[in-house]
Design a protein around this ligand. Sequence first.
Ligand code: QAP
Ligand code: CO
Length: 171
Amino acid sequence: MLLPIITYPHKLLKSVSTDVAMFDTQLHTFLDNMYETMISSNGIGLAAIQVAMPIRALILCIPDEEGNQDPSNILEIINPRIANPIGKTTYQEGCLSVPGFYEDIERYEALTLHYHDRHGKECVLEANELLSIAIQHEMDHLDGKLFIDHLSYSRRKKFEKEHKKALKEKK
Ligand code: QAP
Ligand code: CO
């Protein structure tokens, strides 16, 4: 089932999501629906709050060298915590909740992630490159933060102006 993706400036995108407590069938169905929604919108990552569900769950499917998103590469990440972040890297990010806008954002280059899978099993993952960036982008959503919240005052003003114009042109 496809879920509606909420977009900026929807106020729910500012919610701080709460930990998942039950790793049950309802959660599994929700994660399956998130995956279908992300793929059908050409996304590589989606946090639960982007479909209006304030729980600490996110999914990622990083494309391979050919740009293919293999379903076996899907990561379902629940109640994540970052350990040992190192380095700095910049990447031009986008977001399904801020469609059509892309900005350079600085992130940690590499990190260790502790999280639970859909069954509640404890997992540890070493991430670098695009995976590390995507994890940080999606984890920001769990705390009500968007990539545009990292922009300098002047770049944010420029974004708001362009966004206003884009909204007008859509109508
Ligand atoms: C987050 O973003 C991310 O504007 C996932 O028109 C971003 O999947 C992780 C998308 C950058 C790592 C690096 C955006 C699709 C998808 C759009 C996405 C659009 C269509 C964004
Ligand atoms: Co996003």
